[in-house]
Write a protein that binds this ligand. Structure first.
Ligand SMILES: [Zn+2]
Length: 321
């Protein structure tokens, strides 16, 4: 079974100093590299260009510094292009397919590197396919999940420009207010590349999707990717600090399928190892080569082979095609 993973911060972990051309050696800390992906069933992934204002490795000071933000994003683009030029990876510029060899679609997490709405054309030419307006802390385009603000006027212009270039919107990390603004400013496709259910977690964090938000994404034909970070999976994490389980994953997936009324709009958006160590991944899901364990659990929970194929790759293919 081929898998498409909707969210992997590969360039970011390289920015942090990891040699992503070598297999991960300290498996308790890291699991993402080109060789680790090659030996797993994940043949295609949405590779992020992740930036945020104050980050040590991918920061740019603040949002008003457009050139610095552009440079931070372009550096990660260059890294992907460099790996592609070595024949280790191919960047899919249109459609979305499961390739035999490793391939990726470019996803920008935090849109400050797009200097202005006019800049979208250049980024689209580079292969940019999906854009999330912001990470948690906000950008000059939108409030993130740590903010109470919505989409700015310039952000609304950016949304229109992204639509013109058929770039898909990623709602993960938007504040609730920004989510509403996005819905009222686009008729285009909206996904949430790596967001779990606020109702299942029974908490109030804007980092997770409300049932209403999930239903709106499904109503528009979008897809939600399951995030594998323990804190975003386990209802009891805050109390006992234990690892999430595959059962926690299944609970979020089934809840989403119920809201969608089908099993074709939920997929994987693992965030494997991006900004958190492998200890924060669920038990028996600590490495991309363990996605088969999630597949088995979904079959046990009542998925048939078609449902599973949709979760593994079909859902992402349908929305990106
Ligand atoms: Zn993220």
């Amino acid at each position: 079974m081929h898998w498409i993973d909707g969210h992997i911060d590969l360039a970011y972990v390289a920015m942090c100093g990891r040699n992503i051309l070598e297999p991960c050696k300290e498996t308790e800390k890291s699991c993402i590299s080109i060789p680790d992906l090659v030996k797993s069933s994940i043949s295609t992934f949405f590779g992020t260009i992740y930036t945020s204002q104050a980050n040590d490795f991918c920061g740019y000071g603040n949002s008003s510094n457009r050139e610095a933000a552009f440079a931070a994003g372009a550096k990660q683009l260059e890294l992907y292009k460099n790996i592609e030029s070595q024949g280790l990876l191919s960047i899919q510029h249109e459609g979305c397919k499961c390739s035999e060899s490793l391939s990726m679609l470019l996803l920008m997490e935090g849109a400050d590197p797009i200097r202005s709405p006019e800049d979208v054309e250049w980024w689209a030419e580079q292969g940019l396919r999906i854009v999330g307006l912001t990470w948690s802390s906000g950008t000059r385009y939108a409030g993130g999940n740590d903010c109470e603000t919505g989409i700015t006027d310039e952000g609304k212009e950016l949304v229109a420009s992204l639509d013109e270039h058929a770039i898909v919107h990623d709602a993960s990390h938007l504040s609730d207010c920004a989510f509403d603004d996005l819905c009222s400013n686009t008729k285009g496709a909206i996904i949430a590349s790596h967001s779990n259910s606020r109702a299942v977690l029974n908490n109030h964090s804007q980092r997770h999707l409300t049932d209403e938000q999930a239903k709106e994404i499904f109503r528009r034909g979008g897809v939600i990717g399951l995030n594998l970070c323990t804190q975003f999976l386990s209802k009891t994490f805050d109390k006992n600090n234990t690892d999430a389980t595959i059962d926690d994953c299944v609970e979020h997936i089934m809840h989403y399928c119920e809201l969608a009324g089908n099993r074709t709009q939920v997929a994987l958006g693992s965030d494997f190892d991006g900004g958190f160590p492998t200890t924060y991944l669920p038990i028996n899901l600590k490495h991309p080569n363990q996605v088969c364990n999630l597949a088995e659990a979904l079959l046990d929970a009542g998925f048939n082979e078609d449902d599973l194929a949709s979760f593994a790759h079909g859902a992402w293919m349908s929305v990106l095609n």
